[in-house]
Design a binder for this molecule. Structure first.
Ligand SMILES: [Zn+2]
Length: 402
């Protein structure tokens, strides 16, 4: 009793104790509220799969979606890369690394990078009779692609066979030796339609590529089409039934399916209704991301179901200096998770003298506003923020639904 009486606090001490207990209680309630709020936020943000809230691009600091999670990867995609003609002369004068010198960090510091390789590379072959425009980059040009760290290129386009079968096969060989994956072309149609599967950060991504204009020829005396056949080399043609077949075949094997399409009308701002219909059918078949190119000018984006359609990323490395619209393109950064596209952002690109760079200031703003307008006209939504565009889903349920 004596001891208990001794430890019993005096009245003044009791007041302090009571105050302390109230403070502790307030602190605990506050901590609980913070915990509940954070958890709630986490659930909400994990559902808003399109809304981007990451860091700004700072060259040299790695991926733009660095949020501490390792369950997703970042893919950078660009449009037409043509290393012949005037671009070849620039490379002779200014060095092999010239085309990508100002965008190297953006291309290298990502998990996966993709481009449409619009020119064969090599020294063999003869110009395809009647074609009119013939591209072929020198064999050393492949070093520009490795220097920029490209992982995957599409060869399914209307210039792949400018120097006929010999240069086409030399291109594939050079890419293989350089460790660059390629899609959309091969020794026969089976190889041309074969998906390239890349696994990074535990996510399996399949790439497929097809081209319009693969089934025409330019000379009656030498009717060489660009498409591969059962027995001859070439590229994969843009045939919806075959594309859907290929998508369906690879879909169960991978987490994400990316399809590159060389299509659309040159110098036009918008895709045709037929292109949009084709894109929808491909998404329905299981495609998560469509990367379009060929018009030499940028077009809008569309979100359909849970997938992203880039109708045309425009030029990236090209020497069409005569028109302003052909010197403007887009660099697309996509965050990909096991269930598909999670976030996407768009950087405006300007390519004077065939050397792309991120467009800033008024020019960057103008390119982004145009992309926003074209995306809007397709029913999509792009928010412009700090020099880049953020593509957003119309509704959370769309973004999370399969
Ligand atoms: Zn083209």
């Amino acid at each position: 009793m004596q001891d208990r009486a001794r430890v019993k606090p005096a009245p003044a001490h009791r007041a302090i104790w009571a105050g302390f207990r109230v403070m502790m209680l307030v602190l605990m309630v506050a901590l609980t509220l913070v915990a509940v709020a954070s958890f709630g936020m986490y659930i909400i943000t994990s559902q808003v799969t399109w809304a981007y809230s990451g860091t700004q691009v700072v060259p040299g600091t790695g991926g733009v979606f660095s949020d501490g999670e390792s369950t997703s990867l970042e893919l950078v995609a660009v449009g037409d890369v043509m290393l012949s003609r005037k671009v070849g002369r620039y490379m002779d004068e200014k060095g092999i690394g010239y085309p990508f010198a100002l965008v190297n960090s953006l291309l290298r510091e990502t998990d996966l990078s993709f481009a449409n390789l619009e020119s064969p590379i090599g020294s063999s072959g003869t110009p395809l009779p009647g074609k009119g425009i013939w591209f072929r980059a020198r064999p050393e040009a492949v070093q520009a692609l490795t220097g920029a760290g490209f992982d995957v290129v599409s060869v399914a386009n209307n210039h792949a066979l400018d120097y006929d079968t010999a240069a086409f096969l030399e291109t594939l060989q050079l890419l293989e030796e350089a460790g660059i994956g390629y899609v959309g072309g091969g020794n026969d149609i089976r190889q041309a339609r074969r998906p390239l599967v890349v696994e990074k950060k535990g996510i399996k991504v399949a790439f497929l590529a097809y081209s319009d204009m693969a089934e025409m020829f330019w000379s009656r005396t030498y009717p060489r089409m660009l498409r591969a056949t059962d027995t001859s080399p070439g590229i994969a043609p843009l045939r919806l039934d075959e594309m859907m077949e290929d998508v369906a075949a690879v879909r169960p094997e991978v987490d994400v399916v990316v399809v590159s399409l060389h299509w659309g009308q040159e110098y036009m701002d918008n895709p045709t209704p037929a292109q949009r219909e084709m894109a929808y059918r491909l998404v329905d078949a299981g495609v998560d991301l469509i990367l379009g190119h060929h018009p030499h000018t940028l077009q809008g984006f569309e979100m359909y179901r849970n997938s992203l359609i880039a109708y045309s990323l425009g030029n990236f490395v090209f020497d069409q200096g005569q028109k302003q619209i052909t010197q403007e393109g887009l660099l697309l950064q996509v965050k990909i998770g096991k269930l598909g596209v999670e976030q996407a952002r768009v950087l405006p690109v300007y390519l004077p003298e065939a050397q792309p760079r991120v467009a800033t200031g008024e020019l960057g703003e103008r390119i982004l506003l145009k992309t926003q307008r074209l995306t809007g006209s397709l029913g999509g939504n792009m928010v412009i923020r700090e020099g880049h565009g953020e593509l957003q889903a119309k509704a959370i349920s769309q973004a999370t639904g399969q």
